[in-house]
Design a protein around this ligand. Structure first.
Ligand code: ADP
Ligand code: MG
Length: 677
């Protein structure tokens, strides 16, 4: 299996080089290079039964030798007539000088190709052909592989056939009891049938096995990371009842989903183990209130807590929100951001070290070296999808393994979250506080721009405010800025009476804060920005969200942006300027217009675009799937999850002989993909 591919029959140096370009170095690598589809060449037909347009296999005898005809200077047409006794076919090749000497009258061949008609004659252009009696890739179901430059189907197909032969009997690594329990086919059967299936049913059985295997191995690998985390001890928060003092004083009562999530958090905090929990909830579902309650408990038990936001603006807002929540409760919240003056920072450091600061709110500045805590017991990371292992380690070093609470407003289907965040426990807030109005959403084209601006103008004259968001343009930060800048200028001249503000990613934080303040206090009527406002900001008086080039955004991102409006009592509107007419774009925009449910939206996006685009999988630290489709294979995913649990319950570190092979595959994945990023 580990044999270098260049020594495989029919490969050699040159082809080995081509294979290595797609990551295939050994026979084993080749075997796990799965076909993208199959072609059914198994059914032979008689020529008289063939219908125009269908692709068929026919067994024929060469009736006339190949004739060449040069129709233009650069166009050579070769043709011959074949028959099978029921009819004749004219076989045609274009610019193929090799076929001339290939065929002799009376030779018997199997052809596979598409039947066409020309001038009433049946034709087959450039068919696959094999001598009768020496068939390899006709008369059966044939695999088609993803190809890159230089490799042809024939090369890969025939190398694969040789690899399966030479590899001989493969050693199974999924134990029999697991295979029986989950109806998973054996390795040798599966390997043969994933490439060269007897029939499509056998193929499906084989595919099922490899999907199961891939997801099982992935989950066991991720779980390895989780156990590393969960064996760590965390500060015990003794008195969790005190939370009532906080919740009783809230101006609202928590939703059931918030209560459930809070219970799960407090259960972790009491357990003595370090918490690693992800809270997923739609925009506006009230994650901050839940985090504040947890922070309250930690502080009232005599420890410190920290809250991290991805941007300075958000950090400032969080500080304000927490101050409001903790008013008159004797809790001191301190801000720490990168743009603070050195003197202010030193002051903050001091407060944090002495314990005068109960809660620190800030950006990544919090985990910089200089910050030392007196007794950090809880870290809340808001709006952060992935809080890297490295960052966690840094934080852990600052406190006594602080409990980690990660909040994300990008709802993804639970089954997927379990994989993506396999090292975290998950709570879901799947309920919005009562009385929320949904944001009315419209997808429009350029022809509606005038009407949209008239509508905008009317609302602003009524005292409301609006966001206009431009997509980030990939090439350079500069063109990104130009784009937003141009639009801001256009809007300024279109509405001379309104104040238009501009905000973009690379802007200095202090300037950003200034602009944001202007928008919060109503001086700025229209805020044009790149996606920097995406997360968290709260301006209840803004009721219109206009998004330019909406087709370039992920639906979850659009949903997030839309969540910036509809926070006040006025009806809110979201207008998507979408370009391009393709069906996927249309469906995606339609999804936004008909739904305000983040989970539904993300599921649709996943369905429409596939997981690659959906996540930019790499970013999420998830290895590329070889065969599993995270959306379509949800059922197998669930099975593999159960199997992973069975295995862990039996032998948590997979040290027994029974799991030796599986352990090897996990180690290989970890090595290949650096899952432990
Ligand atoms: P998220 O961070 O999940 O997007 P927030 O925590 O910012 O949502 O909450 C959105 C708004 O809803 C805030 O103004 C918050 O005070 C309010 N809120 C939170 N929970 C409730 C609740 N149970 N009932 C009513 N309003 C709530
Ligand atoms: Mg929030």
């Amino acid at each position: 299996m580990s044999k270098d591919i260049r020594y495989l029959k029919g490969v050699g140096e040159k082809r080995a080089e081509l294979f290595s370009k797609i990551g295939i170095k050994t026979v084993e690598d080749l075997l796990y290079y799965f076909p993208r589809s199959h072609e059914d060449r198994s059914k032979m037909k008689e020529i008289s039964e063939c219908v125009e347009g269908e692709t068929v296999c026919v067994g024929v005898t060469v009736f006339s030798p190949v004739r060449e005809m040069r129709v233009r200077r650069n166009m050579l047409v070769s043709s011959m007539v074949v028959s099978d006794g029921t009819g004749a076919i004219n076989v045609v090749w274009y610019n193929n000088k090799y076929v001339k000497d290939k065929f002799m009258t009376g030779d018997e061949y199997i052809l596979y190709g598409k039947i066409t008609k020309r001038n009433g004659k049946t034709e087959m252009v450039n068919p696959v052909f094999e001598e009768r009696g020496k068939e390899r890739f006709t008369g059966k179901i044939v695999p088609l592989y993803p190809l890159t430059g230089g490799l042809t189907q024939k090369i890969v197909q025939s190398s694969m056939e040789n690899a399966i032969k030479e590899a001989g009997r493969l050693e199974e690594y999924i134990p029999l009891d697991i295979r029986e329990k989950y109806h998973i086919a054996e390795l040798n059967y599966s390997m043969k049938n994933i490439h060269f299936p007897e029939d499509f049913e056998s193929y499906n059985i084989a595919r099922q096995r490899f999907v199961f295997e891939e997801l099982l191995v992935l989950q066991l690998a991720l779980f390895g990371r989780k156990t590393e985390n969960s064996v760590q001890s965390g500060t015990v928060i003794e008195d969790v009842r005190c939370i009532r003092n906080f919740t009783d004083r809230l101006p609202f009562s928590l939703t059931n989903a918030q209560k459930r999530t809070l219970n799960e958090i407090m259960h972790d905090c009491k357990s003595g183990k370090m918490m690693n929990r992800l809270v997923q909830g739609d925009v506006g579902s009230g994650k901050t209130a839940v985090a504040a309650a947890a922070i309250y408990a930690v502080v009232k038990n005599g420890h410190q807590a920290a809250m991290m936001a991805p941007t300075e603006i958000l950090a400032v807002q969080h500080k304000e929100i927490l101050d409001e929540f903790f008013k008159d409760m004797g809790i001191n919240v301190v801000l720490l951001t990168g743009s603070m003056k050195a003197k202010e920072k030193r002051f903050a450091y001091d407060m944090i070290l002495t314990g005068a600061a109960d809660v620190v709110v800030g950006t990544h500045a919090i985990i910089q070296e200089a910050v030392e805590f007196k007794d950090l017991a809880l870290v809340v990371a808001d709006e952060q999808h992935r809080f890297g292992v490295e960052q966690r380690a840094k934080l852990a070093a600052k406190g006594n393994n602080p409990h980690m609470l990660i909040m994300s407003a990008t709802p993804i289907p639970r089954t997927l979250a379990l994989i993506l965040y396999g090292d975290l426990d998950i709570s879901i807030i799947d309920e919005l506080p009562p009385g929320r109005k949904s944001v009315k959403t419209y997808a429009v084209g350029e022809n509606m721009r005038k009407r949209v601006y008239a509508f905008l103008s009317k609302n602003i004259k009524n005292g409301m405010q609006a966001y206009v968001v431009c997509p980030l343009i990939e090439e350079t930060e500069k063109s990104d800025l130009q784009n937003a800048q141009e639009l801001a200028e256009k809007l300024s001249s279109a509405f001379p009476d309104f104040k238009v503000g501009l905000m973009y990613g690379k802007m200095k934080p202090t300037l950003k804060n200034e602009i944001m303040d202007g928008f919060v206090n109503g001086d700025i009527n229209v805020l044009v920005s790149t996606t920097v406002i995406e997360v968290g900001v709260n301006v209840p008086n803004a009721n219109i969200m206009i998004i330019e080039n909406a087709e370039r955004f992920g639906l979850s991102q659009l949903h997030q942006l839309r969540g910036r409006v509809g926070r006040g009592s006025e009806q809110a509107f979201c207008i998507l300027f979408a370009h391009g007419n393709n069906d996927v774009t249309k469906k995606r925009m339609e999804t936004m217009c008909i739904s305000n449910d983040g989970f539904y939206i993300s599921e649709q996006d996943l369905k429409l675009r596939g997981p690659g685009d959906f996540f930019g999988t790499r970013q999420h630290g998830l290895p590329e799937m070889r065969i599993a489709n995270l959306f379509e294979d949800r059922d197998i995913l669930a099975l593999s999850q159960r199997a992973a649990k069975d295995i862990r319950d039996e032998d948590i570190n997979l040290t027994s002989e029974k799991y030796r092979g599986l352990r090897k595959r996990i180690e290989k994945l970890v090595m290949d993909e650096i899952v432990m990023n």
